[in-house]
Design a protein around this ligand. Structure first.
Ligand SMILES: [Zn+2]
Length: 388
């Protein structure tokens, strides 16, 4: 293959100088790397190219991408970077990678580009280099001079890494779904304070964020009957309905006094409970990489495993607890998952505030605890366990 692959330098008619374009240079280096790679896949690990193009061209293109970047960090690799495959994965005339080779449309993107990218993502984002390299090496060792099928590859990668990858094979190899995870909404919840007066103040603060209605705005300045005539005013005009009453305060204080030390500590938590709502628009289940920027200038990136989608593959809510204030959040900030629509990845808008109320779950009636018997009879202190 190498001997018949171009490109070659061109001779200048006037000067006789041999020159070549940068494209010819990278093309020739790339194709030499590629054909050398075929010594292993499929010549030594001998898969059936007429059945599954991706098993040799895809694996080999993945290795070609790795080798090109180790040859020169600025090598203009055509296939392997996740962002480069998004356009193909959005196209309508795709075939799943698991399609018999003669029936594949867009042979280059299907047989070479998509599987090479899938393996890059499996290595960098899903498994990490250590687990991936160990498993991929195991596949090459175990199946050299043999005839592996796709299932042998899938099983070896899972067995050796110890990671269940069924969702990954299904999405990338058996479907034509694409990756598009949207960050739809962010809710900020805080705990209602245990103290009744503080809880009332929090309720009032929440009310004060609501705009005045048009009626209220346009009536402003007009004296109402209740304002004009003291005879119409009573207790309810003198108090704010959100204020804690004396009974509220007493009850809250009693309830608090009843709590264990651990429960009391829990009621003092002032952290923010941020709830991120993600929507899987593309259909392909993937890990969610979420970068969160806080008001103090710091950032944190959470790498949420794909298993977050296990109960609902369309919508999921994920919670992050922090004392910091969130100002911005972005899904897949490093463009590592081939997310096809980045316009729905960034959230910089209004955070929806909520107050969480804590209810102590009702315990079954404990007549023993409630009784005023301070000393139990000896017969009730211990229970004889019958011998086996
Ligand atoms: Zn090839």
């Amino acid at each position: 293959m190498i001997t018949i692959n171009g490109p070659r330098p061109v001779k200048d008619q006037k000067t006789g100088n041999l020159t070549y374009t940068d494209r010819a240079k990278s093309g020739l280096i790339g194709v030499v790397i590629h054909e050398i790679g075929h010594n292993w896949f499929p010549m030594i690990v001998n898969s059936d190219e007429r059945q599954w193009t991706w098993m040799d061209e895809g694996l080999n293109t993945f290795l070609q991408f790795q080798a090109e970047k180790l040859w020169d960090k600025d090598y203009p690799a055509r296939r392997g970077e996740p962002k480069d495959i998004a356009e193909y994965m959005l196209s309508t005339n795709q075939m799943p990678l698991m399609t018999q080779s003669d029936s594949v449309l867009q042979f280059g993107a299907n047989g070479y580009g998509k599987p090479a990218t899938a393996l890059t993502i499996l290595r960098e984002t899903v498994l990490g280099r250590e687990l991936f390299d160990r498993a991929f090496r195991e596949y090459a060792e175990r199946w050299r001079f043999k005839h592996p099928t796709p299932y042998d590859f899938f099983r070896t990668m899972e067995e050796s890494s110890g990671v269940d990858l069924d969702w990954f094979w299904r999405g990338w190899f058996y479907s034509t779904d694409h990756v598009d995870i949207a960050l739809d909404k962010v809710v900020r919840a805080t705990l209602e304070p245990a103290d009744a007066t503080a809880a009332a103040a929090a309720r009032k603060r929440e009310r004060d964020t609501e705009p005045k209605s048009l009626t209220a705005q346009r009536n402003a300045g007009q004296q109402t009957v209740v304002e004009r005539d003291p005879a119409t005013r009573d207790f309810y005009d003198a108090v704010d309905p959100l204020d804690a009453t004396a009974a509220d305060k007493r009850k809250a204080a009693e309830a608090y006094a009843d709590l264990t030390a651990e429960e009391k500590a829990a009621r003092q938590v002032t952290d923010n409970f941020y709830r991120f709502s993600f929507a899987n628009r593309g259909g392909l289940v993937m890990p969610v990489i979420l970068k969160m920027d806080f008001a103090d200038g710091s950032s944190e990136t959470a790498r949420i495993p794909a298993e977050v989608w296990r109960y609902n593959q369309k919508n999921v809510t994920w919670q992050f607890v922090t004392a910091k204030t969130l100002v911005r959040a972005e899904v897949d900030p490093l463009w590592e998952t081939a997310d096809a629509d980045r316009s729905n990845n960034i959230y910089a808008g209004q955070v929806d505030p909520r107050t969480l109320k804590i209810d102590t779950p009702e315990e079954g009636k404990n007549r023993m605890k409630d009784s005023d018997m301070k000393v139990l009879p000896d017969s009730l202190r211990t229970y004889d366990v019958p011998p086996k």
